[in-house]
Design a binder for this molecule. Structure first.
Ligand code: C5P
Length: 243
């Protein structure tokens, strides 16, 4: 019997309006290569991912296929990120682990992907990469007035790829589809939490930041201009130096 594959789902069906590029964000070139293609290369190049399913905007399926390796499956997305991931998950028959990775985190280094897959293989049903929060945080009211401090102790900023045992992720999405409360979660780990499942963290990496605005895009291009960002040791979240 052949080993069960590790399958990554890449939700890339958003419009990406905040980037203002006039096309789906995942198709925007980052230093000459579409964001989604960089994200997929990063996953496959990690050596820990066997197959990739890209979830694309319904009216850009061919454009998405044109920038991806032929072996990558491209399926139409849904109304929001959760719905798009569910549509990707629907074509994953069997898997040792399922990763969900935002196309917009296209510079995520291999070391993060490998750590997530290793943790799922070690028996954790839900694994997220996360970083300490660098900024000072304040809670405000609707008018923007500060109503109180936020203690950063125990707070982490969550990245992708997030990794799951396939059955747990399927159950989490089924529950979300059936319950409007659970579906308010903005990521897949949130759906597992809503189900009462345990989610563990591994070290994230500053290079796995999400490209949302033109400034993020400029930072990604600057990083690529400085050399290969996909491999090597993890970067310390506080110092930015190899750890
Ligand atoms: O908009 P934001 O960057 O938070 O979206 C996160 C990810 O979810 C993106 O990769 C985006 O393409 C994806 N998405 C999706 N289907 C939607 C909306 C967003 O796959 N309907």
């Amino acid at each position: 019997m052949s080993p069960r594959p590790v399958v990554a789902i890449v939700p890339a069906a958003g419009s990406g309006e905040r980037l203002g590029a006039g096309r789906p964000k995942a198709l925007v070139p980052v230093a000459g290569e579409a964001m989604v293609a960089r994200a997929v290369d990063g996953l496959l190049g990690s050596g820990s991912v066997d197959e990739v399913v890209v979830v694309a905007p319904v009216d850009h399926l061919d454009a998405m296929r044109a920038v991806l390796p032929p072996a990558v499956r491209v399926v139409p997305g849904g109304a929001d990120r959760i719905a798009s991931v569910a549509l990707g998950l629907a074509v994953v028959d069997d898997a040792e682990a399922v990763l969900v990775h935002d196309a917009a985190r296209c510079l995520c280094p291999a070391v993060v992907t490998r750590a997530v897959v290793d943790a799922v293989r070690a028996g954790h049903g839900a694994v997220i990469p996360a970083l300490p929060v660098a900024d000072t945080l304040r809670r405000v009211d609707a008018a923007g007035r500060v109503v109180g401090p936020v203690d950063r102790t125990g707070l982490l900023a969550v990245q992708t790829p997030q990794g799951f045992a396939r059955d747990l992720l399927c159950r989490a999405h089924e529950a979300a589809a059936a319950s409007p409360t659970a579906s308010r979660a903005t990521d897949d780990a949130g759906l597992v939490e809503a189900l009462g499942g345990e989610v563990v963290t591994v070290a994230g990496d500053p290079r796995a930041f999400k490209i949302t605005t033109p400034l993020d895009l400029a930072m990604a291009e600057a990083l690529l201009g400085a050399g290969d960002v996909s491999d090597g040791p993890p970067l310390d979240a506080r110092t930015g130096a190899p750890s």
